[in-house]
Design a protein around this ligand. Sequence first.
Ligand code: PGA
Length: 249
Amino acid sequence: MRKPIIAGNWKMNKTAAEARTLIQMLKNKIDTDKVEVVVCPTFTSIGAVIEEIEGTKIGVGAQNMHFENSGAFTGEISADMLVEAGVKYVIIGHSERRQYFNETDETVNKKLVKAIEKKLVPIVCVGESLEQREAGQEKTIVTNQVKAAFKDVSGSDAPKVVVAYEPIWAIGTGKTASSEQAEEVCGWIRNTIEEMYDNKVSQAVRIQYGGSVNANNVNELMGMENIDGALVGGASLKEDFASLVNYEA
Ligand code: PGA
Protein backbone atom coordinates (compact mmCIF):
# COMPACT_ATOMS: atom_id res chain seq x y z
CA MET A 1 0.00 0.00 0.00
CA ARG A 2 2.81 2.44 0.87
CA LYS A 3 5.31 2.74 -1.97
CA PRO A 4 8.83 2.21 -0.62
CA ILE A 5 11.08 5.27 -0.89
CA ILE A 6 14.86 5.12 -0.79
CA ALA A 7 16.84 8.34 -0.75
CA GLY A 8 20.58 8.89 -1.07
CA ASN A 9 21.94 11.76 0.99
CA TRP A 10 25.21 12.74 -0.63
CA LYS A 11 25.98 15.27 2.14
CA MET A 12 28.92 17.58 1.38
CA ASN A 13 30.42 15.23 -1.19
CA LYS A 14 30.89 15.37 -4.96
CA THR A 15 31.55 18.42 -7.09
CA ALA A 16 29.10 18.93 -9.95
CA ALA A 17 31.40 17.03 -12.32
CA GLU A 18 31.76 14.16 -9.85
CA ALA A 19 28.02 14.13 -9.16
CA ARG A 20 27.40 13.83 -12.90
CA THR A 21 29.71 10.82 -13.12
CA LEU A 22 28.06 9.18 -10.10
CA ILE A 23 24.50 9.56 -11.37
CA GLN A 24 25.52 8.43 -14.88
CA MET A 25 26.87 5.24 -13.34
CA LEU A 26 23.83 4.70 -11.11
CA LYS A 27 20.92 5.66 -13.33
CA ASN A 28 20.98 2.67 -15.67
CA LYS A 29 21.43 0.21 -12.83
CA ILE A 30 18.57 1.47 -10.68
CA ASP A 31 15.16 -0.14 -10.97
CA THR A 32 12.50 2.49 -10.21
CA ASP A 33 9.45 0.26 -10.74
CA LYS A 34 8.87 -0.85 -7.18
CA VAL A 35 10.73 1.83 -5.28
CA GLU A 36 10.60 5.62 -5.39
CA VAL A 37 14.24 6.66 -5.70
CA VAL A 38 15.64 10.03 -4.70
CA VAL A 39 19.16 11.43 -4.74
CA CYS A 40 20.10 14.50 -2.72
CA PRO A 41 23.23 16.19 -4.05
CA THR A 42 24.72 19.47 -2.83
CA PHE A 43 23.05 22.66 -4.08
CA THR A 44 25.75 23.30 -6.68
CA SER A 45 25.40 19.80 -8.14
CA ILE A 46 21.61 19.81 -8.39
CA GLY A 47 21.60 21.25 -11.94
CA ALA A 48 24.01 18.63 -13.28
CA VAL A 49 22.11 15.76 -11.65
CA ILE A 50 18.76 17.00 -12.93
CA GLU A 51 20.15 17.11 -16.47
CA GLU A 52 21.36 13.54 -16.13
CA ILE A 53 18.18 12.02 -14.70
CA GLU A 54 15.93 13.42 -17.42
CA GLY A 55 13.75 10.65 -18.79
CA THR A 56 14.23 8.48 -15.69
CA LYS A 57 11.94 8.20 -12.66
CA ILE A 58 14.70 9.15 -10.25
CA GLY A 59 13.82 12.25 -8.21
CA VAL A 60 16.15 14.93 -6.91
CA GLY A 61 16.07 16.29 -3.38
CA ALA A 62 17.87 19.07 -1.57
CA GLN A 63 19.56 18.55 1.78
CA ASN A 64 18.11 21.67 3.41
CA MET A 65 16.15 24.85 2.72
CA HIS A 66 15.08 28.02 4.55
CA PHE A 67 11.54 28.52 5.80
CA GLU A 68 11.19 32.10 4.55
CA ASN A 69 10.28 32.87 0.93
CA SER A 70 13.15 35.33 0.40
CA GLY A 71 15.08 38.04 2.19
CA ALA A 72 18.27 38.89 3.99
CA PHE A 73 19.38 35.37 4.89
CA THR A 74 22.92 35.13 3.59
CA GLY A 75 23.89 31.67 2.46
CA GLU A 76 20.36 30.25 2.50
CA ILE A 77 18.17 28.73 -0.22
CA SER A 78 14.39 29.08 -0.52
CA ALA A 79 11.79 26.52 -1.50
CA ASP A 80 10.94 28.48 -4.68
CA MET A 81 14.59 28.35 -5.74
CA LEU A 82 14.63 24.60 -5.28
CA VAL A 83 11.35 24.13 -7.14
CA GLU A 84 12.62 26.27 -10.02
CA ALA A 85 15.75 24.13 -10.22
CA GLY A 86 13.59 21.01 -10.60
CA VAL A 87 13.92 19.70 -7.06
CA LYS A 88 11.00 17.59 -5.79
CA TYR A 89 12.10 16.54 -2.28
CA VAL A 90 13.88 18.17 0.63
CA ILE A 91 15.58 16.66 3.66
CA ILE A 92 14.60 18.60 6.77
CA GLY A 93 16.20 18.48 10.20
CA HIS A 94 18.95 15.98 9.49
CA SER A 95 20.79 15.30 12.75
CA GLU A 96 23.95 16.88 11.32
CA ARG A 97 21.99 20.09 10.82
CA ARG A 98 20.49 19.84 14.30
CA GLN A 99 23.96 19.16 15.74
CA TYR A 100 26.21 21.59 13.84
CA PHE A 101 23.86 24.27 12.48
CA ASN A 102 21.46 24.99 15.31
CA GLU A 103 18.46 23.37 13.68
CA THR A 104 15.72 23.09 16.30
CA ASP A 105 12.33 21.38 16.47
CA GLU A 106 10.86 24.82 15.81
CA THR A 107 12.83 25.51 12.60
CA VAL A 108 12.18 21.94 11.47
CA ASN A 109 8.46 22.57 11.84
CA LYS A 110 8.62 25.88 9.95
CA LYS A 111 10.55 24.24 7.12
CA LEU A 112 8.14 21.32 7.00
CA VAL A 113 5.16 23.65 6.70
CA LYS A 114 6.90 25.70 3.99
CA ALA A 115 7.97 22.65 2.01
CA ILE A 116 4.38 21.35 1.94
CA GLU A 117 3.09 24.76 0.89
CA LYS A 118 5.57 24.76 -2.01
CA LYS A 119 4.72 21.17 -2.96
CA LEU A 120 8.11 19.74 -2.10
CA VAL A 121 8.07 16.30 -0.47
CA PRO A 122 9.68 16.76 2.95
CA ILE A 123 11.88 14.00 4.35
CA VAL A 124 11.93 14.97 8.00
CA CYS A 125 14.59 13.38 10.16
CA VAL A 126 14.24 12.37 13.79
CA GLY A 127 16.43 10.26 16.04
CA GLU A 128 18.10 9.96 19.40
CA SER A 129 21.76 10.23 20.36
CA LEU A 130 23.75 7.40 21.96
CA GLU A 131 23.56 9.14 25.34
CA GLN A 132 19.79 9.42 25.07
CA ARG A 133 19.44 5.77 24.10
CA GLU A 134 21.67 4.67 26.94
CA ALA A 135 19.49 6.69 29.29
CA GLY A 136 16.39 4.94 27.90
CA GLN A 137 15.00 8.20 26.52
CA GLU A 138 14.67 7.25 22.86
CA LYS A 139 10.88 6.91 22.86
CA THR A 140 10.34 10.32 24.47
CA ILE A 141 12.92 12.04 22.27
CA VAL A 142 11.65 10.63 19.00
CA THR A 143 7.94 11.02 19.68
CA ASN A 144 8.48 14.62 20.83
CA GLN A 145 10.45 15.37 17.66
CA VAL A 146 7.61 13.94 15.56
CA LYS A 147 4.96 15.94 17.43
CA ALA A 148 6.97 19.16 17.04
CA ALA A 149 7.67 18.55 13.35
CA PHE A 150 3.99 17.93 12.46
CA LYS A 151 2.65 20.86 14.49
CA ASP A 152 0.19 22.89 12.35
CA VAL A 153 0.29 20.29 9.55
CA SER A 154 -3.26 19.32 8.54
CA GLY A 155 -4.51 15.77 8.26
CA SER A 156 -4.75 16.15 4.50
CA ASP A 157 -1.11 17.28 4.23
CA ALA A 158 0.43 14.90 6.76
CA PRO A 159 0.44 11.86 4.41
CA LYS A 160 2.71 13.80 2.01
CA VAL A 161 5.48 13.83 4.61
CA VAL A 162 8.19 11.17 4.73
CA VAL A 163 9.69 10.61 8.18
CA ALA A 164 13.25 9.29 8.47
CA TYR A 165 14.17 7.62 11.75
CA GLU A 166 17.91 8.00 12.07
CA PRO A 167 19.47 7.08 15.41
CA ILE A 168 22.50 9.39 15.59
CA TRP A 169 24.70 6.59 16.92
CA ALA A 170 24.12 4.63 13.72
CA ILE A 171 24.97 7.40 11.25
CA GLY A 172 28.28 6.95 9.46
CA THR A 173 29.46 4.59 12.18
CA GLY A 174 28.90 1.29 10.43
CA LYS A 175 26.73 0.45 13.43
CA THR A 176 23.19 -0.21 12.17
CA ALA A 177 20.29 -0.43 14.54
CA SER A 178 19.05 -4.01 14.49
CA SER A 179 15.95 -4.44 12.38
CA GLU A 180 13.96 -5.00 15.57
CA GLN A 181 15.29 -1.78 17.15
CA ALA A 182 14.53 0.18 13.99
CA GLU A 183 11.06 -1.37 13.66
CA GLU A 184 10.23 -0.64 17.28
CA VAL A 185 10.95 3.08 16.92
CA CYS A 186 9.27 3.32 13.49
CA GLY A 187 6.21 1.75 15.14
CA TRP A 188 6.24 4.42 17.86
CA ILE A 189 6.46 7.08 15.15
CA ARG A 190 3.43 5.64 13.38
CA ASN A 191 1.50 5.48 16.66
CA THR A 192 2.36 9.10 17.40
CA ILE A 193 1.02 10.12 14.00
CA GLU A 194 -2.12 8.10 14.65
CA GLU A 195 -2.61 9.87 17.98
CA MET A 196 -2.15 13.25 16.28
CA TYR A 197 -4.42 12.47 13.33
CA ASP A 198 -6.07 9.10 12.78
CA ASN A 199 -5.32 5.59 11.64
CA LYS A 200 -5.78 6.39 7.97
CA VAL A 201 -3.19 9.18 8.05
CA SER A 202 -0.74 7.10 10.06
CA GLN A 203 -1.06 4.21 7.60
CA ALA A 204 -0.33 6.54 4.69
CA VAL A 205 2.83 8.20 6.02
CA ARG A 206 6.04 6.59 4.84
CA ILE A 207 8.75 6.02 7.41
CA GLN A 208 12.37 5.44 6.43
CA TYR A 209 15.16 4.05 8.53
CA GLY A 210 18.59 5.63 8.16
CA GLY A 211 21.99 4.90 9.67
CA SER A 212 24.61 2.71 8.00
CA VAL A 213 22.13 1.13 5.59
CA ASN A 214 23.89 -0.84 2.86
CA ALA A 215 23.21 -3.50 0.24
CA ASN A 216 23.68 -6.25 2.84
CA ASN A 217 21.29 -5.08 5.55
CA VAL A 218 18.60 -3.43 3.42
CA ASN A 219 16.56 -6.60 2.81
CA GLU A 220 16.01 -7.29 6.46
CA LEU A 221 15.19 -3.67 7.28
CA MET A 222 12.75 -3.41 4.37
CA GLY A 223 11.05 -6.59 5.54
CA MET A 224 9.84 -4.82 8.68
CA GLU A 225 6.20 -3.81 8.83
CA ASN A 226 6.70 -0.15 9.71
CA ILE A 227 9.82 0.52 7.63
CA ASP A 228 8.94 1.85 4.19
CA GLY A 229 12.33 2.91 2.95
CA ALA A 230 15.81 4.07 3.75
CA LEU A 231 17.80 7.27 3.96
CA VAL A 232 21.29 6.34 2.91
CA GLY A 233 24.49 8.32 3.38
CA GLY A 234 27.82 6.60 2.73
CA ALA A 235 26.46 3.76 0.59
CA SER A 236 24.65 6.20 -1.71
CA LEU A 237 27.97 7.49 -3.05
CA LYS A 238 28.88 4.13 -4.57
CA GLU A 239 27.60 1.48 -6.93
CA ASP A 240 26.28 -0.16 -3.78
CA PHE A 241 23.35 2.24 -3.94
CA ALA A 242 22.01 0.52 -7.07
CA SER A 243 22.11 -2.93 -5.42
CA LEU A 244 20.57 -1.42 -2.32
CA VAL A 245 17.67 0.12 -4.24
CA ASN A 246 17.15 -3.16 -6.12
CA TYR A 247 16.79 -5.10 -2.85
CA GLU A 248 14.72 -8.25 -2.99
CA ALA A 249 11.72 -7.82 -0.74
P1 PGA B 1 25.01 6.79 6.69
O1 PGA B 1 24.20 8.18 6.77
O2 PGA B 1 24.20 5.89 5.76
O3 PGA B 1 26.35 7.15 6.14
O4 PGA B 1 25.05 6.24 8.06
C1 PGA B 1 22.81 8.24 6.83
C2 PGA B 1 22.35 9.65 6.90
O5 PGA B 1 22.98 10.45 7.59
O6 PGA B 1 21.33 10.03 6.29
